[in-house]
Every structure is written in C-alpha cells, then in structure tokens.
Design a protein around this ligand. Sequence first.
Ligand SMILES: NC(=O)C1=CN([C@@H]2O[C@H](COP(=O)(O)OP(=O)(O)OC[C@H]3O[C@@H](n4cnc5c(N)ncnc54)[C@H](OP(=O)(O)O)[C@@H]3O)[C@@H](O)[C@H]2O)C=CC1
Ligand SMILES: O=C1CO[C@H](CO)[C@@H](O)[C@@H]1O
Length: 279
Amino acid sequence: MTATIDLNDGTSIPQLGFGTYLVPPQDTAATVGSALEAGYRHIDTAQMYGNEAEVGQAVADSGLPRQELYLTSKLDNGNHRPDDVRRTFEESLTRLGLERLDLFLIHWPLPTRYDGDYVSTWKAVADLIGEGTLRSAGVSNFEPDHLERIIGETGIVPAVNQIEVHPYFPNERAREASLRHGIAVEAWGPLGQGAVLGDEAVASIAERTGRTPAQVILRWHIQRGDIVFPKSMNRARMEENARIFDFELSPEDVRAINGLDRGPAGRGGPDPNTFDYVG
Ligand SMILES: NC(=O)C1=CN([C@@H]2O[C@H](COP(=O)(O)OP(=O)(O)OC[C@H]3O[C@@H](n4cnc5c(N)ncnc54)[C@H](OP(=O)(O)O)[C@@H]3O)[C@@H](O)[C@H]2O)C=CC1
Ligand SMILES: O=C1CO[C@H](CO)[C@@H](O)[C@@H]1O
C-alpha cells in the first residue's frame, strides 16, 4: 500500500500513516481498527490526544504482528522535565500496551511546568533509545533556530521533524532546515485540516486526473518526499486517502499546487513561537 522512507538512524518508516488528532477516545478503537483493516500500518497519536489507550486497544484487537506496525506518540508540553520524560514515556507505552514505541517526538519546543529548556528535554528523549523501548527519537513543530540549538548543544540529530505542511503553508523554511540536517519531514495537517480540500486549482487538477481533491493534495506531499498521516473517521475517505500510490502528478500540476502558498497567513495551526498550550 505504501512506500517507506529511510531515516537517518538506519530505520525506516511507512510514508503514509493515519492521524488520530480529534478522534474521540470513545471512537478511537473502532476508527483505528477500521484504518488497520483498510491497510494503514502507521498510526500517529500523542499524549495530548487522550486516545493512546484506545489506539493500543485497536492494535491488540487487530491481531497484526507488531513488526508490521509503526507507532508514534509525542511528549506533551507539561512533561518536559527530564524525569517526567521517562515517566510519561513509560506511561504512554503502558497505555498503548507496547514494549517498544517506534517513534517518540517532543510535541512542541515549549516546556511548561519546567524551568529548564527543550535542549535538556531533547537529551532525555534521545537517551531513551539506549534502553530498548524506543526505536527512533524526533521532534515536532521545531523551527530552524530550535533545530540549530538542539543539534549544536547535544550533537544528536532528530530522525524526524513533524511540522505543519500543506499547499497553503508549505513551511519551506522549517522544511529545508530539517532536510539540510538529514531530518525527515512529517507533514501534519496534510489536507490543511480540511481547508485546502475546496480549493479551485486542486479541484481542476482532480477533475482532469480523475482523482479526488484529497488524493491530489496527498500525492503532492508524497512526490515531495514527505511523510503524511491524514485523519479521517470515515471508512470510504480512509480508503480514498490511501489510494495515492498508483498515479503521478505532472510537473505542471505540482507547480500549480506550489503556487497556492499563502505565506505565513496560510498557517492553520498554532505558531511554534507563540503557542501557549500548557499541557
Ligand atoms: N505535531 C502536531 O502538532 C500536529 C500533529 N497532527 C497529526 O497530523 C494528523 C493529520 O492532521 P489533522 O489535523 O488531522 O488534519 P488533516 O489535514 O488530516 O485533515 C483532517 C480533516 O479532513 C477531513 N478529511 C480527511 N480525508 C478527507 C477526504 N478524503 N475528503 C474530505 N475530507 C477529508 C477529515 O474529516 P473526516 O474525519 O470527517 O473524514 C478532517 O476534518 C493528525 O491527526 C495528527 O495525528 C496534527 C496537528 C498538529
Ligand atoms: O497535535 C496537535 C493537533 O493539532 C493542534 C492544532 O490544530 C495542535 O495544537 C496539536 O499540537
């Protein structure tokens, strides 16, 4: 169903996954179960989403071999204190019912409830790798200056940076800074959290290629080499979003989608420099 991307730590990750933000806990086991049935093998959750236990339930119920699945969670802003990194990582593992997580990210470069900074948090997250309970460590919502600081001060390069990326906000500065360091880019909100789906230019490409707007947008991400995990609570849309490996956008279509960039105004989610969610 999907291609894989090689990470800088020698592991690999399915390029297409399934997002679980705003999937309510009471619906998560069924929704993620449905995504696994539809062929998704990579699931993205977070301590913040409050649905790790139910993601774990879906994984257990699926009966799929653990090695066929790729599971990511993220450290919440309130858990940056190094002792809390370890404690809450272990709590995430327990909720997910796993012995080992594939990828753990610092969700935002924003320690709250802790006077230290995210550099010490990054060291604590990277240290988990040596213990056999984590395969890859990464970051999320890190701007170029955040990346420079953690790499410069610890010498440890994250495997991925998960950032907002979509046609209205291609986020080239953070994207290029990540790629320059050999860090794979995970594009969160790949459909602009729904905002790009009604775009006229996307609609006309969709009509001409016989695809849907979501498939055109997701294919644009895939051709850029980014990792995506669209969220949908609807089985037909989950299947639609996964049928993106059997066609290609022409260079002209890619250029037309590149032209939708709205600069900073295109950002749909919080700005990493001003976000004030405590966690
Ligand atoms: N690190 C971070 O800070 C962040 C990480 N993320 C991660 O990225 C994932 C994806 O981003 P997300 O915010 O969910 O937004 P997406 O860009 O994946 O968009 C999801 C929205 O699009 C709708 N949708 C999905 N597929 C289709 C389709 N084929 N046709 C029409 N509508 C569709 C969904 O509705 P419906 O369910 O009804 O189909 C939902 O409203 C998250 O779930 C989360 O795992 C997201 C935000 C921030
Ligand atoms: O992961 C997340 C889901 O999306 C939210 C914004 O839309 C983010 O704040 C959060 O980090």
